[in-house]
Design a protein around this ligand. Structure first.
Ligand code: BV8
Ligand code: ZN
Length: 268
């Protein structure tokens, strides 16, 4: 298994192999998890919750049954997370991926994250496998909910409030994210799989690979003949031939790696 910093002084053998693979690639997929937003101050799912949310386990709050049981708590948690994202900035890793699309190669961004930091870093057509915090939808009729800004903010005193109602059927509004036990949006999943099967390189950044079917993405790329480059503070590789492990923080590894990739001769 190759990792960054193997050789003394020069860029690591894996970093060299990774930049070579990217330099020969026409289509690159960037697949991200919560770890890419960690350095923007957004807690990962491995971090314990803090403040008023500390007593709660995220996994139990990310379900339809939790919302049915306590809509105020779940709605409040998502408003709090939305505010966390609004107060955060894209970091050097998001920006490096945003930049990659400007060097004449086809770049697709597929994320498990529900934040909008890839978009705010300049990436276009970001595919959100697990939805997004940006707009709510109706729990009953699934239509998107449009809300005045003040209803998308947690009350200053942190009070938990009833979720607003759908303008069409007056059902409760819920976050437009994919909860555990819910199917991923089939159109998004199908498009993501098609892109992963057709890319030459997939960079997998900041994901623990626990949640399926998203966790299958890197292995789908490998089995389709692509090179997979993992970027993570921990070793998450399975040391297969076309698999590279770059260990380090996304904001340190990604800019260094992507700076080594020249503009494509024949723009894609
Ligand atoms: C589905 C949106 C078909 C919500 C999320 C039993 C019963 C029912 C279902 C299941 C079951 N067993 C398994 C399942 C399937 C289930 C599942 O996978 N469960 C897990 C818990 C085992 N999946 C589903 O239910 C999915 N739907 O399968 O539909 C179906 C239908 C019915 C019944 C069966 C099947 C839907 C899953 C979607 C859940 N929604 N998010 C919200 O966010 O509120 S998941 C959420 O958690 C994220 O979106 C993401 O996918 C996941 C977290 O994973 P990561 O992103 O990897 O983040 P994590 O914190 O884990 O790791 C961070 C990584 O970054 C670490 O590796 C760390 O080392 C690294 N890192 C940290 N800092 C840095 C860094 N790396 C680089 N730089 C740094 N600075
Ligand atoms: Zn409705």
């Amino acid at each position: 298994m190759n990792q960054v910093g193997e050789d003394s002084g020069s860029p690591g053998a894996a970093l060299k192999r990774a930049s070579d693979a990217l330099s020969n690639a026409g289509h690159i997929v960037c697949f991200s998890g919560a770890g890419i937003s960690a350095e923007s101050g957004i807690a990962t799912y491995r971090d314990p919750l803090t403040g008023i949310w500390a007593p709660h386990d995220p996994q139990t709050m990310e379900t339809a049954s939790a919302f049915r049981k306590n809509p105020q708590l779940v709605w409040g948690w998502y408003l709090w997370r939305r505010q966390q994202v609004a107060n955060a900035q894209p970091n050097a890793a998001h920006l490096a991926i945003g930049q990659l699309a400007t060097i004449g190669r086809k770049v697709s961004v597929i994320t498990q994250n529900v934040d909008d930091l890839h978009e705010r870093a300049g990436s276009a057509d970001v595919m959100h496998l697990h939805g997004s915090l940006s707009t709510p939808k109706c729990f009953a009729c699934h239509r998107p909910g449009t809300l005045p800004q003040h209803q998308m903010l947690l009350p200053a005193d942190g009070a938990l409030v009833e979720p607003p109602r759908c303008g069409r059927c007056s059902g409760k509004l819920r976050p437009n994210v994919v909860w555990y036990g819910e199917d991923l949006p089939s159109d998004v999943w199908k498009s993501a799989v098609a892109l992963v099967k057709s890319c030459e390189v997939l960079i997998s950044v900041g994901t623990s690979g626990i949640v399926t079917p998203a966790a299958d993405i890197p292995w789908l790329a490998l089995s389709s003949g692509a090179t997979v480059i993992h970027v993570n503070t921990e070793d998450v590789s399975t040391a297969q031939p076309n698999e590279l492990m770059l260990i380090g923080k996304a904001t340190e590894v990604l800019p260094k790696l992507l700076a080594l990739v020249p503009r494509a001769e024949q723009p894609q």
